[in-house]
Design a binder for this molecule. Structure first.
Ligand code: HEM
Length: 137
């Protein structure tokens, strides 16, 4: 359990790094209709899907019991059970759509989908300054 939380927590930086790199690549190729596909798009998608998988396991193991009680009353539980999960799921769907555009070499659309997803991920991460019981790592 502890290992999974640490992995999920640390992987945020891998996700953010790969997404930013993918967004730069997409930006530099926008407008070029047939610029070649870049593997960075795939790596960014794999990293977010890995977070989805670990997150679902954490949610099932750890939060399943707590969620049934008091779901909307406490800021902490509301964050993890509603805001974090909904925000991240929407972001992951956008990245998946963005990646399908990457295969069609629509780099401009990849840029748009990945950028919105990055913003959503940034605001859905329990950064320490939000006092949600999580740290930097
Ligand atoms: C890109 C996607 C995601 C990122 C970057 C991310 C990041 C994080 C971070 C930084 C934490 C705090 C860990 C700590 O306590 O130090 C966390 C906790 C958590 N995340 Fe995510 N997450 C993502 C997606 C998801 C998804 C899709 C789910 C569920 C379906 C999920 C479920 C959880 C749960 C249940 C916790 C609380 C774990 C605990 O403290 O026991 N996450 N996440």
């Amino acid at each position: 359990m502890e290992i999974l939380v640490r992995a999920h927590s640390g992987l945020r930086y891998v996700v953010l790094g790969l997404l930013i790199a993918a967004i730069f690549v997409a930006f530099s190729k926008r407008g070029e209709r047939n610029a070649p596909y870049s593997k960075i798009y795939l790596f960014a998608m794999i990293a977010t899907h890995t977070q989805l998988l670990i997150g679902l396991i954490l949610y099932a193991l750890d939060f399943g019991v707590k969620v049934r009680f008091d779901m909307m009353s406490d800021k902490f539980y509301r964050f993890y059970t509603v805001e974090h999960i909904v925000g991240m799921l929407v972001a992951i769907v956008l990245i998946t759509i963005g990646h399908s555009q990457a295969k069609k070499l629509n780099h401009g659309k990849v840029f748009a989908y990945y950028s919105i997803a990055l913003l959503l991920i940034l605001i859905s991460i329990p950064w320490p300054f939000r006092n949600l019981g999580a740290g930097w790592f």
